[in-house]
Design a protein around this ligand. Structure first.
Ligand code: SAM
Length: 211
């Protein structure tokens, strides 16, 4: 399954940015800044963007952490290659990319001030998600913050139907997080807060590591 998803994203990397652009127009950039602001990144912070994809969010985060560094991690080399190309083109010097699995992060304990994950937490099903959440906590510094962004359950009937089709494709295990995400996150992090954007379409959930 993991290998299949990797191959899927390697292929998808060729169209990903275009599809996202068509789907969300300028909203995507607004949302990336929204997440960066909610995570309270400071200029010299060390930040991990988990499941970074083509690095769109990581590029924005690197702007906020301009005296620090941002690492974008993903298991798809196709996605990472696109991300690297963009960072190079942009001349971003404090952004690095690492190939790896969210369930086994190749970092020491307590090294990041902030960990972000945009539109990927729902993809981590089965054992991967609980492992990834534990790994995020391990890699965060004390008082560090984890912030994830996902679609809120749509209100419009047709979009809602598409949303439920996506849920079906995630299988029983995958769907658990949709129903229990706050409970699941509260079991791992402290001060868990959910906020929904003014459009009502997107949510950001942040939790802190205490101790
Ligand atoms: C829907 S994309 C989101 C990409 C990006 N965060 C964004 O907001 O555009 C999901 C990403 O998660 C990555 N991914 C899925 N499972 C993963 C895993 N177990 N470890 C690392 N990356 C994973 C995929 O390769 C893909 O790039």
């Amino acid at each position: 399954m993991r290998r299949y998803r990797q191959k899927y994203y390697d292929l998808f990397s060729n169209f990903y940015d275009l599809i996202i652009k068509l789907h969300s127009k300028d909203n995507r950039l607004f949302l990336r800044h929204y997440l960066a602001r909610k995570s309270g990144i400071k200029p010299s912070d060390a930040v991990l963007d988990l499941c970074t994809g083509t690095g769109e969010l990581a590029l924005v985060l690197a702007h906020y952490a301009f005296k620090g560094r941002v690492i974008g991690l993903d298991f798809s080399l196709g996605m990472l290659n696109k991300a690297k190309e963009k960072a190079q083109k942009n001349g971003t010097k404090n952004l690095f990319f690492v190939a790896g699995d969210a369930a086994h992060l190749p970092f020491k304990e307590g090294v990041f001030d902030v960990v972000t994950c945009s539109h990927a937490m729902y993809e981590l099903s089965g054992k991967t998600r609980p492992l990834a959440l534990r790994e995020i906590k391990r890699c965060l510094k004390s008082k560090g913050l984890f912030c994830m962004m996902e679609h809120e359950e749509p209100k419009q009937p047709f979009i809602r139907l598409l949303y439920y089709i996506r849920l079906l494709s995630m299988g029983k295990e995958g769907r658990k997080i949709i129903r229990n995400e706050l409970k699941e996150l509260k079991g791992i992090f402290n001060n868990v807060i959910k906020e929904v954007t003014s459009s009502g379409k997107t949510k950001v959930i942040c939790g802190q590591k205490i101790g």
